[in-house]
Design a protein around this ligand. Structure first.
Ligand code: N01
Length: 546
């Protein structure tokens, strides 16, 4: 960073990295305060994850109306067409925001931030981009989400494959025609399930290499009637839904019920499960269920049993039944992210689909024409890697953002993941990050989490400016306290019993620890705002000396 501190360096009050929900809501809030705000986005268009997620079937798993910014200016003249929006519609929505809020005026696309260093004399960040340019800013706010670093497992011989290889996280923007092809796919997470459901019916054959079955839930997708949605808006239903998200554990409109699993008789429990799983669909079976489901193994076993029965009824092939819904659950129900499906079990059951359990039959090698296990070589034309991300921490840790104490964020996290309230890090003054580690992030509806964090950032900057504070930094004590609370919340749940990307266990060699705040949205936002109201408790605040 040779040119740090140059007087002719471009300057902006706020630099937001990434052009998704988080940066758009911040842009609108902060420029209303008279601040000069810029967005740098490495992709060619806005949408954040919805720019990259364009694989067949990519679709969100939060329902309308809460998967959007809760701003009347935006929702009054945009109506989603389905209960769960697909990637094309989400891109249409981002275009709507761009137009309505003149986002382009503030945004540079194809602009990749590499790193940053803090100038102690000026209380500014100097940010370096991969095109060799620099910009200075008072506030530096990465909004790059939890899935900005894709993961490809070290399968031997991957580069030997002569067919086409596609990773779901960087699917070609122009699309891929897999009709009539022989396809192999590794991975059955949220992305993998959606791809299988979409391509299964059109490919010649599909071999799925599964490590862990996904406990999928019926999406109960349906088209939305525009007139009915307008009526809901007029009745105040949208505003009510947005307000409800503030009161729940995960920023959805519903929450765990105030009952334990065995408070109900077996008959009532069956009825209740049926209502959640079959009638309501979506995440109701996960987040609107008995309050002990994610804490008590026996309660969890009941939930698994009911879910398993529902799957077994849909899969006729007995071998596939065992692979998709084993009698003994490999991990407690709901401790890995369940995917929402529309017809996945019928598709899995098709004769042109084979499931290979890689625990029994590890992939020995990828060869020029296909994948080899001890069962032999499966020849394919294309290979889909639906193998996910170095989730939650990988996004920020890959950037060369220097601490004022020396080292990078990756160095700061060498011995343990540590942040203050999942929004700031000691040694990183005037920097906040949204939808990242140690926040409700992956346990929440994305727009809820980002907007509630944005409200905090807006308020913190407002108060800092009102008091001429130019250096605003989390304290070490606040960070230690948050880490302690992170572990306390996590340890009492069943989540530690799953090998999941929620805890880093999906990446060989990555330390296993809680990556997301498991204490719920309400306690989270109360902690954030409490720190400001309590005379900046947990923050060092300084002014520039004249
Ligand atoms: O990634 P994943 P994803 N050999 O990590 C498997 C959000 N999202 O891209 O479960 C064989 O979930 C791995 O196996 P295992 C959403 O929050 C949302 O699907 O670790 N298999 C797993 O099956 C989501 O949860 C939407 O044992 C290997 C898969 O690869 C998150 O992003 C859509 C392997 C990876 O699944 C991530 O989803 C898409 C190996 N060596 C994404 N290594 C919606 O809104 C890994 N796997 C719906």
């Amino acid at each position: 960073m040779g040119s740090m501190g140059d007087d002719d360096m471009p300057y902006t009050d706020v630099l937001l990295v990434g052009a998704g929900f988080a940066s758009f809501t911040l842009l609108n809030r902060l420029r209303k305060m008279g601040l000069d705000v810029k967005i740098f986005e490495k992709g060619a268009a806005s949408g954040g994850i919805w720019y990259w997620n364009c694989y067949p079937g990519a679709r969100v798993d939060s329902d309308t109306p809460i998967y959007q910014l809760f701003d009347k200016e935006l929702w009054e003249d945009f109506t989603f067409r389905e209960r769960y929006a697909g990637w094309q519609e989400l891109r249409r929505y981002f275009k709507h925001i761009e137009k309505k809020w003149n986002v382009d005026e503030h945004t540079e696309f194809n602009k990749h931030v590499d790193g940053a260093v803090f100038d102690e004399k000026k209380h500014q960040w100097v940010v370096e981009c991969s095109d060799g340019t620099y910009i200075a800013c008072r506030w530096f706010i990465p909004c790059i989400g939890f899935a900005a670093r894709r993961y490809t497992p070290p399968v031997p011989g991957l580069s030997e494959f002569k067919g086409d290889t596609y990773h779901t996280a960087v699917w070609p923007q122009h699309g891929v025609n897999l009709r009539g092809k022989r396809v192999a796919q590794i991975g059955t997470g949220a992305s993998g399930i959606q791809v299988i459901q979409e391509i299964g019916p059109v490919v010649k054959n599909l071999t799925v290499y599964q490590r862990t079955p996904n406990y999928c839930l019926p999406m109960n997708q349906r088209p939305l009637d525009p007139k009915e949605e307008e009526q809901k808006k007029a009745n105040g239903d949208y505003e009510k839904a947005f307000n409800d998200t503030r009161k729940t554990f995960s920023g959805f409109t519903y929450d765990f019920v105030e009952k334990n699993t065995f408070d109900d008789s077996p008959e009532d429990r069956e009825k209740f499960y049926h209502k959640l799983l079959v009638e309501q669909g979506g995440f109701h079976y996960w987040l609107n269920t008995y309050k002990d489901m994610l804490f008590d193994q026996k309660a969890n076993d009941e939930a698994y049993k009911f879910w398993r029965n529902s799957v077994v009824k849909r899969v006729k092939n007995p071998e596939k039944q065992k692979l998709l819904a084993p009698e003994v659950p490999p991990h407690p129900w709901g401790t890995k992210r369940p995917s929402l499906e529309q017809r996945i079990y019928e598709v899995f059951d098709q004769d042109n689909i084979e499931i290979i359990d890689v625990n029994e039959n590890p992939i020995e090698a990828v060869e020029a024409t296909g994948l080899r296990t001890k069962k032999g070589l499966v020849e394919v034309d294309a290979l889909v890697l639906a193998t996910g991300f170095d989730s939650v921490t990988g996004s920020l840790a890959q950037l060369a953002i220097k601490s004022t104490n020396g080292g990078t964020i990756a160095d700061h996290w060498k011995d343990r993941l540590q942040t203050s309230m999942g929004i700031a890090i000691p040694g990183y003054p005037n920097m906040f990050f949204l939808y990242g580690p140690q926040a409700p992030t992956a346990f929440s509806n994305g727009p809820s989490c980002t907007q509630f964090q944005a409200e905090f950032v807006e308020e913190a900057i407002k108060r800092a400016r009102a008091e001429d504070i130019t250096r605003f930094e989390a304290t070490k004590e606040a960070e230690d306290d948050w880490c302690k609370r992170m572990n306390e919340k996590w340890d009492i749940t069943l989540f530690p019993l799953a090998k999941s990307w929620y805890s880093g266990a999906n990446i060989p060699g990555k330390r296993v620890e809680p990556l997301n705040w498991a204490g719920g949205m309400v306690e989270y936002t109360t902690s954030l705002h409490g720190s400001l109201d309590n005379n900046f408790q947990g923050w060092h605040t300084d002014k520039l000396k004249a």
